[in-house]
Design a protein around this ligand. Sequence first.
Ligand code: CP3
Length: 364
Amino acid sequence: MALAAAMRENPLASSAFLKACAGQRTELTPVWLMRQAGRYLPEYRALREGRSMLDLIRSPELAAQVTLQPLARFDLDAAIIFCDILPPLAGMGLRISFDSGSGPVVENPISVTRDIDMLAVPPASETLGSTLDAIRIVCAELLPRGIPLIGFAAAPFTLASYAVEGGSSRSFTRTKLLMYREPAAWDRLMRKLTTVLGDFLCAQAAAGASAVQVFDSWAGMALGKEDYLRSVHPHTAQLFATLRNAGVPAINFSTGTAAFIEDVASAGGNVMGVDWRLPLDEYWKRIGFERPIQGNLDPAALLAPWRELEPRVDAVLDQAADRPGHIFNLGHGVLPETCPDVVKRLVDHVHARSAGRGAGRSGS
Ligand code: CP3
């Protein structure tokens, strides 16, 4: 179904978040934060005590509980389902773990092209059912409260980098070597990932997620414009083409891509998620003001005193300049050192200031 028609049927279509995703004016600027559920919250750390990250993800009840934790504290305009970007790799036959203390690990990363041919492409309903069940639980809770839930997955490049490097990387050497030396194998890997991710995101929408976000956290950290266009863009564009049938808006988020944000934008997505490396209005002008935008406060600013943080929050709102289609967020995820009281102050300030200015009010 076309997005506009599907959105009319969504009971949460009049929520500030979904209106902003559709480029419509809102009473208040909607705000949510990437990684709003996680280690900076003492209640998350308490629940995580004695359990692994995968224990939380694979229990629909616990994943739902973590998803809802930040909404009990803060007046957020959307929730994001608690999961991680790696679980789709487990369904494809890779062994993943989060216990290394330095980010997630793939224990049997891809090393030869035969490994790519061996990767399975199972439907999400078979291998990611616990996350789909968690979405159903959270949506039942949030629907009466009028709050939409965001589903998510990695973009093909970011997931490929974990599958090939075996974990987080600074230089992405192995990933680039595969891309440069074995372009046909690289394309096969990216096509398999794109199929799995497209199916997972559509399944999240079918389970009740009102929007989906695609995280390309590493493409801009690893690649220049030419390699992005040649080896990544066609696959990311295919993913967003698939998502046009999901009936929910898709958010195209990346970091480190300021140098070629127009090319990232042309891969698709209804909303562009941007990092803090350029002022919001510079990004928005380059992307086109008709396209909704999400961002873009530096997450480290939340560690600064309020007298330093407040003008930075106001600067993002000033740059949005009451145009319809702005969703306030950070330029990347909440840092674990962040104080929850600061998050509360931030969320309340964005709402109060946008109300005070009459931001985006109909007819203004
Ligand atoms: O609240 C939310 O945003 C939903 C939960 C969420 C997690 N991971 C939980 C998590 C989301 C959206 C992600 C996405 C994710 N995971 C990305 C894309 C976004 C980004 O930040 O760039 C990436 C690259 C990952 C990979 C990942 N997972 C890393 C690098 C790490 C370790 C370092 C870190 O930032 O925590 C994880 C582990 C992880 N994912 C934790 C959480 C709450 C910490 C796990 C723990 O120790 O309890």
